[in-house]
Ligand binder design. Structure first.
Ligand code: ADP
Length: 739
């Protein structure tokens, strides 16, 4: 019963009951039993959708009730805003909630007044590096999806961040939420926490495999499925689910497959829509089209009109949210998604089909099977408590042998244990510099003691390997002058150089910093393309792949514009390095197009990417160029202003002449160009501009025009008597920078 939970604020039971939560789910009750509302650390390893969020809320709210401060660490930026929105419900009771995203190089002072702070592990790491004072006030730290410490790219940051927080605040309560994993006990030992290891689910889940004309389930039961001639299994399952009024979530292995499957499944859903649903779907489609008019979005809108949608990281945030909401409202009947949807976003559906259980893996250069953990997380999205009688999750088999194989491999299999990836060099390089720079350790021995508090140390009995890579990293950092060492009484002390401090605060991989510094040294003249190419070849930027034939195209560009590039170009005979360098050039050309005001749509075509990818590249480039500017300052080079211009152009996607205008909020690249063409070329012009001209350039959006004019200090921003016929126009905020 929610009334009898000790330690929580007195308003909470009533608030939960109003929200339909009368009793705690068993894993939640176990967590309370273990003291989660009384400051005890807990690792909760429970299935998807079994109420992990509430466990963390109980911990955070009781901690705040005792006068403390809580931090909620999310694995993805997109989840930060989602969780923030979720926790905002507590603001009416005086609990303030802050979210920290964006710029790494700040200490987030304004967060000092928040009771609950939501941030990614990278952001928390950077706040620690920049000495955010409130870090030492934390009384409760929640790590969401802690099984991702297993992730080779981002896991080590989460691991080291938790270790640092716990070292700074030895009494901090740690609450780690995890999918069901093979070695939850080990994770709990690492975090000195009580373990809640449960397989309980709020709704029955049947898992199995589709083969031939039947669904075969793990309890031995079979459901016959009518398959029309020529119909693919996924389509037959979607159709069958619809007869029962249910929706289907289909997981595929690539964006292209998500889009292709959606097109085919749309003809299944289209036939069964009511006219009311059709109207509502048309409204959603219109919103998607209004958000941006790229080809991807247009295709998405067309699918939504037919009751189907795809979901992947190439979509804009706005489109993604619209799809998730319409799917939850049962308007969209089928979503074909890449695995990103399986993590975090709460989108339950009657049936889940894991159509592709292999995906391309660059590290093996071919297709690799998904992990049991991933497949089980996808399975877990099946069944909506209170709406469906049960959920069903299925893999697809092409042969009888495969049917058996899939049962063995996934349906009956236990999820893998999570394994620390900290000993991988790029991770260690970065974290060793940060650990020394922030004063947590100042010698090799100190570093090894600190690293002893990581999951890696818990999991390995052989400490030689860690010592060896640690020594390699220290050497690298010394050679590049990010660290300096002194011998004192036979012991070697380590200290960050001024450059090393800067690199750590900028949140750069030291190898990126070394590459940038090498490129900047000796440069007298820099162009935007040269700078873009420089930051694109650092390990902090994901480069675009070269498609076949493109190496020739970019080789030509490389020679035509040779004088612009910074640092040495690798020789064509070093094939692998040269190709990487060309990939960086391709990515740089995308940025150059963006900063040259090329239409978003044309860019997506030219480079074979989605609008979400452009945003991603632009954000990363903006950050790296900001860092480059700081490094140039640190090295006392005179090119910092040119770097600043290149950064602003990328940030807003405009030519140099528009930079003054795009610095004004609500003025994106398209609006700025129209203002410019109407003769308003600077901020000062805007201040003295004729209001009707401004209104015209903003396509009649009066509210926006008022806000813009207010910002620049226009004498009379009030628009009420400008062209009254404009008054009834709906006001929508632009969601993306194009307009
Ligand atoms: P997880 O984080 O484990 O994937 P969530 O925390 O998102 O799962 O919970 C899934 C759903 O269950 C949410 O919609 C939540 O409101 C609901 N829920 C959680 N706890 C309870 C409860 N004790 N009683 C009823 N519904 C609950």
């Amino acid at each position: 019963d929610v009334e009898s939970v000790p330690g929580v604020p007195s308003w909470l039971p009533r608030h939960l009951r109003d929200g339909g939560i009368e009793t705690l789910y068993p894993p939640q009750a176990d967590a309370v039993e273990a003291g989660v509302t009384e400051g005890e650390s807990v690792v909760a390893s429970v299935p998807t959708a079994s109420g992990k969020t509430l466990i963390s809320e109980l911990a955070m709210l009781s901690s705040v009730e005792r006068g403390g401060k809580a931090l909620y660490i999310v694995p993805l930026r997109a989840l930060a805003s989602e969780k923030h929105r979720e926790f905002e419900q507590y603001e009416e009771y005086g609990v303030s909630v802050g979210v920290s995203t964006g710029n790494y190089e700040s200490s987030g002072e304004w967060l000092a007044s928040s009771d609950i702070i939501v941030a990614t592990s990278e952001k928390v790491d950077s706040l620690v590096r920049n000495g955010a004072p409130w870090i030492s006030e934390l009384s409760c730290v929640v790590a969401d999806e802690v099984h991702l410490v297993d992730d080779p790219n981002r896991g080590p940051t989460l691991e080291v961040t938790l270790a640092k927080l716990r070292r700074r605040n030895p009494n901090v309560q740690t609450v780690a939420l995890s999918a069901t994993v093979g070695n939850a006990q080990e994770v709990a030992e690492w975090l000195d926490a009580a373990l809640i290891d449960s397989h309980w689910r709020p709704i029955d889940l049947q898992t199995g495999v589709h083969y031939g004309q039947a669904l075969h389930f793990d309890d031995g039961s079979r459901t016959e499925l009518s398959v029309n001639s020529g119909e693919k299994p996924t389509a037959a399952i979607v159709r069958d689910t619809l007869t029962d009024g249910g929706s289907t979530l289909v997981f595929v292995n690539s964006r292209r497959n998500a889009e292709g499957a959606t097109k085919r499944l749309g003809s299944v859903t289209d036939e069964r829509l009511t006219s009311e649903e059709r109207d509502q779907l048309a409204a959603v489609a219109t919103e998607i089209r209004e958000a941006s008019d790229t080809e991807t979005n247009t295709e998405l809108a067309r699918a939504v009109e037919r009751g189907a949608a795809f979901h992947h990281a190439g979509l804009s945030r706005k489109s993604r949210t619209l799809i998730e909401d319409a799917f939850r409202d049962r308007l969209i009947k089928v979503v074909a998604a890449t695995p990103t949807l399986a993590a975090g976003v709460n989108t339950p559906s009657r049936r889940v089909v894991v159509r592709d259980w292999r995906r391309y893996d660059g590290s093996v250069g071919g297709m690799a099977p998904l992990s049991v953990l991933e497949v089980h997380q996808m399975f877990g999205r099946a069944g909506r408590p209170g709406r469906d009688p049960y959920g069903e999750a299925l893999l697809l088999a092409n042969s009888h042998d495969e049917l058996d194989e899939l049962f063995e491999k996934y349906v009956w299999a236990d999820p893998e244990p999570v394994r620390s990836k900290l000993a991988a060099e790029p991770a260690l390089r970065t974290h060793i510099l940060a650990t020394v720079a922030s004063g947590v350790a100042n010698s090799r021995e100190g570093l090894l003691t600190f690293l002893d508090q990581t999951l890696y140390a818990t999991q390995t009995s052989d400490s030689d390997e860690l010592q060896r890579v640690t020594d390699d990293c220290i050497d690298y950092l010394l050679v590049n002058e990010f660290l300096e060492s002194e011998r004192e009484d036979g012991a070697q002390s380590l200290d960050a150089t001024s450059l090393g401090h800067t690199v750590s605060r900028l949140y750069l991989d030291p190898m990126s910093a070394a590459e940038i510094i090498d490129g900047l040294r000796g440069a007298s003249d820099v162009t935007p393309l040269g700078l873009y190419q420089l930051v694109c070849r650092t390990p902090d930027m994901y480069e675009l792949y070269l498609r076949s034939g493109e190496d020739e195209e970019y080789t030509t560009t490389a020679y035509e514009r040779e004088t612009e590039f910074l640092g040495a170009m690798p020789s064509e005979f070093e094939q692998a390095r040269f190709e990487e360098w060309l990939s960086a050039l391709k990515t740089a050309r995308l940025l150059e197009d963006w900063a040259g005001e090329v239409d978003e749509d044309e860019i997506t075509d030219r480079y074979g990417v989605g609008p979400g990818d452009i945003r991603g590249k632009v954000d990363t480039a903006e950050w790296l160029l900001g860092a480059t500017e700081r490094l140039a300052g640190e090295l006392e080079l005179s090119i910092a202003p040119a770097i600043n211009t290149a950064r602003k152009r990328v940030e807003h996607g405009v030519s140099e002449d528009l930079i003054g205008l795009t610095d004004v909020r609500h003025i994106g690249r398209k609006r700025a160009r129209r203002l410019f063409e109407a003769g308003i070329e600077t901020r000062a012009d805007l201040r003295n501009a004729d209001k009707s001209v401004v209104l015209g350039a903003l396509r009649g959006r009066r509210k926006t025009a008022e806000r813009v004019l207010e910002q620049v200090g226009h004498t009379e921003p009030d628009m009420t008597n400008v062209n009254p016929s404009e008054r009834s126009r709906p006001e929508t905020e632009p969601t993306d920078t194009t307009d």
